[in-house]
Design a protein around this ligand. Sequence first.
Ligand code: C5P
Length: 219
Amino acid sequence: DRQPIVAIDGPAGAGKSTVARKVAESLGLIYLDTGAMYRAVTWLVLETGIKTDDEPAIAELVSQCDLKLTNSQVLIDGHDVTSQIRSWEVTDRVSAIAALPSVRRFLVEIQHQMGQKGGLVAEGRDIGTNVFPDAEIKIFLTASIQERARRRQQDLISQGQTEVSLSELELAIEKRDRQDSTRSLAPLLKADDAIEIDTDKLTVEEVIAQIVGLYRKNQ
Ligand code: C5P
């Protein structure tokens, strides 16, 4: 007996975080950013200097780390890594780390614990297919590669970074999507029963309203 779960999956830069956070806010549910968990582990691997292909060492590190997620902060082994996990370096390496079975096993277990009672909006790549396959509402959020690169560029500009070109961003996003969709364990995939929302021509508010509407209709 648990509260409903909203699963939001999709490729990089489709706006999942913004949408999931606001949907959770307006429905009074917990927001769970699973990408932040893979990013935090990647940060720790880079920080400790372990080679990103040394799976036994990474498995050991992950099984012993202390990972805490709140609505606004990510802490790993006592370090507040909320902003560092968004760096170019972490973003570039995270897909390789997220493909390791031991890393996924450990993080999915934490996700299951957090979702035991339901009442959450969980966002990632494998939520509807693998983490919470019985989620009441499943959304697959997409947008064209051009639009996703443009949005990422706007984010970077608003953070004071202007030098990254659209073509560079498109390449990086495509590379990450390819890695995430072709890994053998829990790849990025639309669940059969997920509703696909193409956000190219929609505002954030319209996407949120659509998901909130689906949730309310389901109640
Ligand atoms: O969503 P975000 O861009 O923060 O995710 C970072 C990376 O974490 C993804 O590119 C993917 O490699 C991994 N990830 C995953 N499964 C999830 C969420 C994220 O493999 N459920």
